[in-house]
Design a protein around this ligand. Sequence first.
Ligand SMILES: [Zn+2]
Ligand SMILES: [Zn+2]
Length: 86
Amino acid sequence: MLCTTCAGKKVQKVENADKCPKCYGTGEHSDVVGEICVQCMGTGVQSISCKTCNGDGIQQNTMTLSVTIPKSVDTGMLLRIRDKGH
Ligand SMILES: [Zn+2]
Ligand SMILES: [Zn+2]
């Protein structure tokens, strides 16, 4: 699913952000006409890589993982593997 923090834009807005230094706030690519600025993803303001999705734009659903593999089962399997090793 798309990251809810950045809505798939891969960037996070910064509070009181300055104009993007690459496009000077226009949000347009400095070299390619019609393309958006890759630095700010066309927002025109300085932004940082989204921390929720690590700049992927996709949200990893860790909740499903923890439900599928309960911690008790996981620990039990680990102990069994360790016993075999000895
Ligand atoms: Zn994100
Ligand atoms: Zn920009």
